[in-house]
Ligand binder design. Structure first.
Ligand code: HEC
Ligand code: CU
Length: 409
């Protein structure tokens, strides 16, 4: 959090870095305006109340021989000190309610995006567009934040507010967000567009935005959600409509690996997160439905993946290092040394130097304290398993996405 407030520019603040940003949407301007109005009302009340108090203390001091007035029950005074605050509150509530009503009106959206919080990353699904991917902390930040990393965090650009895959949005379009969570409560917060909504397992919260200016807008998870709460930032990249269309078409072609992200196996992932159980059980049904609807169109893309030619060793190792740093290094450490006895070293591990299916299976299904990673794409799992097989003196074995696809069956 401190980095959020320490570097105003990181959040594209306009105006003072100490103040709430004015932002780049009509709603964010209104929110800023309400905030300033409430601020000046507070300032005026402060000046009047403390002014009267200090004046009284000074003008009627004992050394001047002041004698306290003695009276009981003044109807006039009581009406004044009830009436004035009442009018002030009404005066602030009316414009605030009008803005809240506007924020709530998600009708006629031109683009629908489902946002799912995970410990500790975000998933973005462009509904009906067959594009879906995960967004995790950028590897430069992730490396620097490790204990004893030896990296001066001041040298890392956008430290802790940068991601690998940004949420790309068009400007000038009404975009509806459907916000939910797969495990515990998170909150999706981007100050510059004045969107802050809880992501609750089993519920879907709706909110919308319409961004006026292209740019990069940063935010963070705003609900304490566990160990890595501070490491699941949000980056929105707003593009002119044409550029957005080109980007979307590129994703659909599978030009980037994000498009081939496999459908999320919601059930096993949720089961692995005990914190989610009690709260979500009663209301799990609607979420499951949406998850099913959203994943259905993604299936052909995943099925098509194994048909693609295998990747070269270099490609796999390069991609694998990123996946490893983002998903595994917290427990197994960047150099594969682990933190025995709980988190085993992968360097020289018997499992890693055994058959490759064992590692794929462990990543897909987890084991004891190790969480499962079914939400990673086949490409990502192939890359990361190749990476651990070939690093730190391990004997080296290459895993292709087809191997992972076979293991998922
Ligand atoms: C939350 C901590 C955590 C994370 C994150 C994690 N692991 Fe593990 N991992 C463990 C624990 C704990 C074990 C030991 C499981 C057991 O055998 O009980 C383990 C075991 C392993 C083993 C077997 C090692 C051996 O010698 O037993 C492999 C291989 C492995 N993990 C790979 C990975 C990969 C690849 C990732 C990233 C995709 C990853 N792990 C992420 C905690 C974690
Ligand atoms: Cu969170």
């Amino acid at each position: 959090m401190s980095s959020l407030f320490a570097s105003g520019s990181a959040l594209a603040y306009t105006g003072s870095k100490w103040n709430m940003p004015e932002g780049v949407t009509e709603i964010s301007h209104e929110v800023h305006h309400l905030h300033m109005m409430a601020f000046w009302v507070c300032v005026a009340i402060g000046v009047v109340v403390f002014g009267a108090m200090f004046y009284s203390v000074f003008a009627h001091r004992k050394s001047k021989g002041a004698v306290a007035a003695k009276f009981h029950e003044s109807t006039l005074v009581e009406i004044i000190w009830t009436g004035i605050p009442f009018l002030i509150l009404i005066g602030m509530a009316i414009p605030a309610a009008a803005t809240l009503v506007k924020m709530d009106n998600t009708h006629n959206a031109e683009l629908n995006i489902k946002i799912t919080g995970y410990q500790w990353k975000w998933q973005y699904e462009y509904l009906g567009e067959d594009v879906s991917y995960f967004s995790t902390l950028a590897s430069a930040s992730n490396k620097a934040r490790q204990l004893n990393s030896g990296i001066d965090v001041n040298t890392v650009p956008n430290y802790l507010v940068d991601v690998d895959h940004e949420l790309v949005l068009p400007v000038g379009k009404k975009i509806r967000f459907l916000i939910t969570s797969n495990d515990v409560i998170h909150a999706w917060w981007v100050p510059a567009i004045a969107v802050k909504k809880d992501a609750i397992p089993g519920y879907i919260n709706e909110i919308w935005t319409k961004i006026d200016e292209p740019g990069t807008y940063r935010g963070v998870c705003a609900e304490l959600c566990g160990r890595d709460h501070g490491f699941m930032p949000i980056v929105v990249r707003a593009l002119p409509e044409e550029d957005f269309k080109a980007w979307l078409a590129e994703q659909k072609k599978g030009g980037q690996q994000v498009a081939s992200t496999a459908p999320v196996a919601a059930a096993p992932a949720a089961a692995a997160m005990p914190a989610a159980d009690s709260g979500s059980a009663a209301v799990a049904a609607p979420d499951t439905k949406v998850a099913a609807a959203a994943t259905a169109p993604a299936a052909p893309a995943a099925a098509a993946a194994p048909a693609a030619a295998g990747k070269s060793k270099d490609e796999l190792l390069e991609a694998g290092k990123k996946v490893y740093m983002a998903n595994c290094a917290a427990c197994h450490q960047p150099a594969g040394t682990g933190m025995p006895p709980t988190f085993p070293a992968l360097a020289g591990s018997k499992v890693v130097n055994g058959p490759k299916d064992a590692v794929i299976s462990q990543v897909l299904h987890g084991k004891n304290m190790m969480p499962p990673f079914p939400q990673l794409s086949n490409d990502d799992i192939a890359a990361v398993t190749s990476y651990v097989h070939s690093s730190w003196g391990n004997k080296g074995e290459i895993v292709q996405a087809a191997d992972v696809a076979a293991a998922r069956k």
